[in-house]
Design a protein around this ligand. Structure first.
Ligand SMILES: Cc1cc2nc3c(=O)[nH]c(=O)nc-3n(C[C@H](O)[C@H](O)[C@H](O)COP(=O)(O)OP(=O)(O)OC[C@H]3O[C@@H](n4cnc5c(N)ncnc54)[C@H](O)[C@@H]3O)c2cc1C
Length: 376
């Protein structure tokens, strides 16, 4: 691993843009497949939303029975990250984790990948397309690119068609830790106890998920950051189990859920997700419900049939044009309903790993790959 400025380096096989859950998995998988790989990100280190937003639960790793949905890198990384067993919340399973540990483990996996160079503090600046292929990125020649920027920055700069997720169904939220909480939030109904006191105070709802430490929860709040202190005051005053709660966070800010998706060789639809479609070129399994959040903080969950999972085909991870552009995480080729399921971090790790392998196969053969079988 190296972190010299990107312009100092010769050509590479694969460039990965963005080092969140998807980019981490894509870069390590492409490098392990034998490709010289370069990872760029404007931040000072890896992690993206998983490492820097304050989130503490990895979703989308398990099916309804609690069995791993995907093998390969996503399972390897989640097992290295885990400090305890997954937690059941209604029909789904969450893996509690610590964001600092996500960043550390991610850096270790990147450092251990052969032929991988990382460039921190390096945003994507230029994308050059010739004869229907991306040939250069930030002035270094590339043979294939994986867009893991969450907002399809490669496609945007190259003028490639994208779909935007709408903020009406993917509203941003303020994520913050709450300490000193004596409240069991392992059931989805547990959050209902907070609704009335907050509504009476004229505040939007708050959604809680279990944290790694005892008496600690992670809160997702759909109102403006300036209202967080007021929310904590209402909880302390009116909800049993919150009398002594406080947040160690010094500042609060909104994290966007919505991104941009690149049009691929297949557009994964919400109906394919909800009817648990399978594909001959399926490379990733997903089972997370279609999870929509409106600006009032209300969450709508649409579940797959009991025990079911859907496939994400290789064609949803490769752009329709140019063919040497692959995508993973929030940028896969999916409509607004499908991405409302596939955007969870467990799924981003799995699409990243699959995109890394697909891009490597493309570099080796110069042709579209049917996709590698899903390792479970
Ligand atoms: C409020 C909220 C709550 C959520 N709750 C959960 C949850 O509990 N569990 C769960 O599993 N998921 C949750 N999610 C979803 C999940 O966190 C994200 O969808 C997922 O982390 C996206 O991963 P990614 O790798 O695709 O993108 P990101 O994590 O967004 O990573 C993108 C990376 O690209 C980099 N980048 C951006 N622009 C450029 C550029 N121009 N050049 C180079 N690099 C660039 C960024 O710096 C970043 O490192 C939540 C999301 C939100 C917003």
């Amino acid at each position: 691993m190296n972190d010299r400025p990107a312009a100092d380096f010769p050509a590479c096989d694969i460039a990965v843009v963005g080092s969140g859950a998807a980019g981490l998995a894509a870069a390590v998988s492409a490098a392990r497949a034998g490709c010289t790989t370069r990872l760029i990100d404007p931040r000072a280190g890896p992690g993206g939303t998983a490492g820097f937003s304050g989130l503490t639960t990895l979703c989308g790793l398990f099916d309804e029975a609690g069995d791993w949905l995907n093998g390969g890198f996503s399972r390897e990384f989640a097992e290295a990250l885990a400090e305890g067993p997954p937690v059941r919340q209604g029909r789904v399973w969450l893996l509690p984790y610590q964001p600092e540990r996500f960043r550390t483990r991610a850096a270790e996996f990147l450092a251990g990948a052969p032929g991988l160079t990382v460039h921190w503090g390096t945003p994507l600046g230029r994308v050059q397309v010739e004869d229907g292929h991306i040939v250069q990125l930030n002035d270094f020649p590339v043979r294939a690119v994986i867009d893991c920027s969450g907002t399809a920055e490669v496609a945007r700069l190259a003028g490639i068609p994208c779909l935007a997720t709408d903020e009406i169904t993917q509203a941003p939220a303020v994520i913050f830790p709450l300490h000193g909480v004596r409240h069991d939030c392992s059931s989805p109904l547990a959050n209902l106890r907070l609704l009335l006191p907050l509504a009476r105070a004229g505040l939007p709802p708050l959604h809680l998920q279990p944290g790694r430490e005892p008496d600690t929860v992670t809160a997702k709040f759909s109102g403006p950051p300036a209202q967080v202190e007021e929310v904590i005051t209402v909880l302390r005053r009116e909800v049993t189990g919150f009398a002594h709660c406080s947040s160690p966070a010094r500042e609060f800010h909104c994290t966007p859920r919505a991104g941009r998706m690149i049009l691929g060789r297949h557009l994964l639809s919400g109906s394919e997700v909800l009817t648990a479609q399978k594909f001959a070129d399926g490379v990733v399994r997903g089972a997370w419900p279609v999870e929509q959040w409106n600006a009032a903080g209300q969450c709508r969950l649409r579940y797959l049939p009991a025990g079911a999972y859907y496939d994400i085909p290789a064609r949803a991870l490769q752009a329709a044009e140019p063919r040497n552009l692959f995508m993973a995480g929030k940028t896969i080729s999916a409509d607004v309903d499908a991405i409302a399921s596939a955007r969870v971090m467990g799924c981003c790790l799995a699409t990243g790993a699959a995109a890394g392998q697909l891009a490597a196969a493309w570099v080796r053969s110069g042709a579209d790959s049917p996709g590698t079988p899903i390792a479970r």
